[in-house]
Design a protein around this ligand. Structure first.
Ligand SMILES: [Mn+2]
Length: 267
């Protein structure tokens, strides 16, 4: 039974099909998607239909674009710049597809570590990360879903602080899990920078490089940072290789680090 962790698909259905063909997963194998399965690319509808139809064993973690898609569907908010979600939102099976998407957590255990979309705060342990993910998952599947999504898209989450009340802690956690790329050494997130590691402004560093990060020793798989490029070491695996921007779609087999990549079939 193998586990394949897959980078940001972003509606690139043709690339996804090519990657799955290359992997040729057996029936006991599992594909774990590191978030942003939808938006920007042309075929979010086909991606969600394919992942949810049951022919593959699939787990996902939510990325910022997945949360944005949920907000667009449930809150009826207008499209953002470069949104490509309309065919999905208008499809006859939208309700089933968004129910499927909305059930996913923000972090999934992979081996001794985690898969997530953005990053984790340096003070979080593996256990706390999974607890926060599960609390958000409950919130998104409960009676407070719409208000919570509203707060997520308002982008006014507080800085992480363990003394926040539960609701604000969860919002701070969503921001880290889905938007983190760089932060300062004290774990204050800068959600604006999206360039390559060699262009990180002075005083900031990749979230995974903060000294004393409490998940050190656990292997963390993440997406979201296309300009970062592929990275695989004992500590972290960066999987967003910019398929939607004409790069590649990437997966790694967690058991032996075997790499699977296809060039973007979308451009
Ligand atoms: Mn993202």
């Amino acid at each position: 039974m193998a586990t394949y962790v897959v980078g940001d698909v972003q509606g690139c259905y043709r690339s996804l099909r090519a990657l799955v063909e290359k992997i040729a997963p057996g029936k006991n194998d599992c594909l774990v998607f590191a978030g942003d399965v939808v938006n920007r690319g042309p075929n979010s509808l086909e991606v969600l239909r394919f992942l949810s139809e049951g022919s593959l064993s699939v787990r996902c973690v939510l990325g910022n674009h997945d949360l944005w898609a949920l907000a667009r569907y449930y809150l009826k908010v207008p499209p953002g710049k470069r949104d490509t979600l309309d065919p999905l939102l208008e499809s006859p099976d939208a309700s089933r597809l968004f129910e499927w998407l909305g059930q996913w957590p923000l972090a999934e255990a992979i081996g001794n570590g985690l898969s997530l979309h953005g990053g984790v705060h340096p003070d979080w342990t593996q256990e706390l990360s999974l607890q926060l993910s599960s609390a958000v998952q409950k919130r998104l599947n409960g009676s407070e879903r719409d208000g919570f999504l509203q707060r997520i898209i308002a982008r006014n989450a507080p800085e992480w602080n363990p003394t926040l009340d539960e609701y604000e802690r969860e919002l701070a956690a969503v921001r880290w899990f889905t938007r983190a790329r760089v932060c300062d050494p004290n774990g204050r997130l800068d959600a604006e920078f999206s360039g390559p590691p060699d262009a990180i402004p002075a005083g900031l560093l990749p979230w995974y490089a903060v000294p004393g990060r409490r998940t050190k020793g656990r292997r963390l798989y993440f997406g979201h940072w296309a300009a970062h490029g592929f990275l695989c070491n004992s500590d972290v695996v960066a999987l967003d290789t910019g398929c939607v921007w004409g790069g590649q779609l990437t997966a790694i087999r967690a058991e032996d680090d075997h790499l699977f990549q296809v060039p973007s079939a979308e451009v």
